[in-house]
Design a protein around this ligand. Structure first.
Ligand code: SF4
Length: 695
């Protein structure tokens, strides 16, 4: 009976951005089961292995239970008052000594929107630093920057329904079978359309597709440009749409002239016929849907690749109606909330730091002088790390992320952290590789223990509820932010009469009013009774949300037109050489989430995928005299990883190897390089040069 729930609490999955609805079974103050919510429009009762076992994360042995302050190199438990007093005093003294911007903050896509909103105010107005970013820059920054450039604003235009309603689904750099499993279920509802996967590996998703295009790594821009070339050459574009709703067509036409099918075939490794075939399929499709994830974003040309994708939808006028959209599938459960409501790459409500009008508007809403609103964003994540290396950033607050496993080029990060005078890590788990570096660990509640909202990849806002209380002395991130504001003496000014996340949601609704991401018609009550709703949902709206953006062809640039971009293909920043002959690709597996702080603690998931592996083509294995299950060492110009089990498989092409990035013991980021998209600042995780030796 101890596993039989006494009640079920509705909430939303806290892992990926699919945003599945679920019910947590509770007995006493323990979560004993999880099941899918049959009424939820996204997953209709289904869950993937991570979601189904999510309740086990709440009782993990490695939960952080009390604040810990490092004294003489040992962590000592301290009270919350002492912890926050110490944190605020250290941060203020660093700022007094080196300037306000010497404090950096790194957050996450894992908090509820209410926490992102509160944290943004606390950092910008309370501590007065703009050096605040999230691990979303390691994940979705290229999609954000690409949307802003093409459409004038962030915000995925499509919906999950398009997976079933499109007659041509192209998944480019998106292995949804491993990374967004429930979306595969939605794709399976598409009975008539063709599914094409563009990916260098024969991923599980590629195996499910009607057509797999095994492009060479980082040749996607050439292929996209080649499709554009054929669309124009064979008059499969919508001239009236282009004229009415876009700018830059003549330049793009000239630019694409060079991307003939034979030129693209030479770059991509596809045949001319394959290039022509996919282009014609696109041109003839009633409603093409192009979705992407990290294969596109994790690149020094990620934002530009997004622009090249958007170009195709705009050239054909095929977006804004059922089945047709360019669509980024986000990574984390609430990366969208961070993008919309925090103060990282934009001001709340997708307002621009650079716009005097936007700054004046947010200042008015916050009842502060416009001069306190920064005129440009602070350091993005990689630049924060660079700032630490240069000793410009002297104190850092890390919230719900584990950069020692997730940030590229491990040695640079450890050097950066070593330069800090004070490091605070706020997390639901301890020890993690990152909390062990901290001077102060703040124990935080996690999914299942707190209330708020998440927004998924299709802009759908879902309620998140606490099923059980947090363990030990852990507090919700929201409560930690409010208490920190109290310690800083700004709580009444920034958060007047706030007692819980609902207060933040009410203010955020007003702040979002009139913006593309308009939440003003939403309320906790509506989300609880009507279920999750897609923004924009303005006040007074009777509808059940906005299925698709830009249906009227009006975009968010000041002239209301979308921009077509001329994007030039460039090779990856590090090429294989005699010494490092393989291209290393990194990615995920269905059983694990990011750096395994959560899923590594779930026995079922750990048993299914207990260690990393290296995929290598049989011809390469034979040439190196290696066999299945041999232990191998990978070496790059930056470091090495030892003892990885070899999987000899033809799902990977000769000359390429693949290593999952979840495992600290086999940390792929000891190998990856410090190369970033100059526009989005997203790292180039997907290609670096390595050699492979027997361990
Ligand atoms: Fe959770 Fe994503 Fe799995 Fe759905 S698909 S259960 S949101 S991890």
């Amino acid at each position: 009976t101890e596993k039989i729930p006494e009640k079920w609490v509705k909430t939303t999955c806290g892992y990926c951005s699919v945003g599945c609805g679920m019910k947590v079974g509770v007995r006493g103050d323990r979560a004993v089961a999880v099941r899918g919510d049959e009424d939820h429009p996204v997953n209709r009762g289904k869950l993937c292995p991570k979601g189904l076992s999510e309740h086990h994360t709440l009782q993990a042995r490695s939960r952080a239970l009390r604040p810990l302050l490092k004294q003489k190199n040992e962590f000592q438990p301290v009270s919350w008052d002492t912890a926050l007093d110490t944190m605020v005093e250290k941060f203020l003294s660093v700022q007094a000594k080196y300037g306000k911007q010497a404090l950096g903050v790194l957050s996450t896509g894992q908090l509820v929107t209410e926490e992102f909103y509160a944290l943004g105010k606390l950092i910008q107005l309370g501590f007065g630093t703009s050096n605040y970013d999230g691990n979303t820059t390691l994940c979705m920054a290229s999609a954000v920057a690409g949307y802003k450039r093409s459409f004038g604003s962030d915000g995925p235009p499509g919906a999950y329904d398009d997976l079933a309603e499109s007659d041509l689904v192209i998944l480019i750099g998106a292995n949804i079978a491993d990374n967004h499993p429930i979306l595969c279920q939605r794709l399976a509802e598409n009975r008539q359309g063709t599914v094409v996967v563009v990916d260098p590996r024969v991923t599980k998703t590629a195996m499910l597709a009607d057509l797999h295009l095994p492009v060479k790594p980082r040749s996607d821009i050439a292929l996209l440009n080649g499709i554009g070339h054929v669309l124009i050459a064979e008059s499969m574009i919508d001239a009236a749409y282009i004229e009415r709703h876009t700018t830059g067509f003549e330049q793009l036409r000239t630019h694409l002239a060079a991307y003939t099918p034979s030129h693209v075939a030479g770059i991509s490794g596809l045949t001319e016929e394959q290039v022509l075939d996919i282009a014609r399929r696109f041109g003839r499709a009633r409603a093409p849907f192009v979705a992407w994830t990290m294969g596109v974003n994790h690149s020094t040309q990620g934002a530009e690749t997004v622009n090249a994708i958007c170009n195709l939808s705009l050239l054909t006028g095929k977006l804004g109606f059922a089945g047709a959209a360019p669509f980024s599938i986000t990574g984390q459960c609430n990366a969208m909330g961070s993008r919309e409501a925090s103060c990282t790459s934009s001001l709340p409500g997708y307002r621009k730091f650079e716009s005097a009008e936007d700054r004046a508007e947010i200042a008015k809403l916050w009842n502060v002088d416009p001069s306190v609103i920064p005129t440009k964003r602070g350091h993005a994540y990689p630049d924060l790390v660079e700032g630490m290396v240069k000793k410009e950033i002297r104190a850092l607050w890390i919230i719900a992320t584990n950069p020692l496993v997730s940030f590229p080029n491990y040695d640079v990060l450890t050097q950066a952290l070593g330069n800090l005078e004070f490091l605070v890590v706020q997390d639901g788990f301890h020890p993690t590789p990152t909390t062990l570096h901290a001077d102060l660990v703040l124990p935080a509640a996690i999914w299942g223990e707190k209330e708020g909202t998440y927004t998924n990849s299709e802009r759908r806002v879902s309620k998140v509820n606490a099923a059980v209380p947090p363990p030990g002395e852990a507090l919700s991130d929201f409560e930690i932010f409010l208490r920190t504001a109290g310690q800083l003496g700004v709580r009444d000014k920034l958060f007047p009469n706030w007692t819980g996340p609902r207060d933040a949601f009410e203010e955020w609704r007003q702040v979002s009013k009139g913006r593309l991401c308009d939440y003003s018609g939403l309320s906790y009550e509506l989300l609880e009774t009507a279920g999750p709703i897609q923004w924009p949902h303005p006040q007074g709206t009777e509808s059940t949300g906005t299925r698709r953006l830009y249906a009227d062809g009006r975009f968010e640039h000041s002239d209301e037109k979308a921009k077509l971009f001329c994007i030039e293909w460039q090779p990856a920043p590090e090429q294989p050489s005699r010494q490092y002959p393989f291209v290393l690709n990194t990615g995920r597996t269905v059983e694990h989430w990011h750096t395994r702080t959560k899923t590594g603690e779930v026995e079922m998931l750990h048993r299914m995928s207990p260690r990393a592996w290296l995929e290598m083509n049989p011809t390469d294995a034979e040439r190196l005299g290696l066999e299945m299950h041999d232990k191998v060492t990978l070496v790059s110009r930056r470091g090495q990883v030892d003892g990885v089990e070899l999987r000899v498989t033809s799902i990977i092409a000769p000359g390429h190897v693949f290593l999952p990035f979840h495992y600290f013991e086999y940390n792929s980021n000891r190998l990856t390089l410090s190369a970033y998209d100059p526009i989005s600042r997203e790292p180039n995780y997907k290609q670096c040069a390595v050699r492979v030796e027997r361990s």
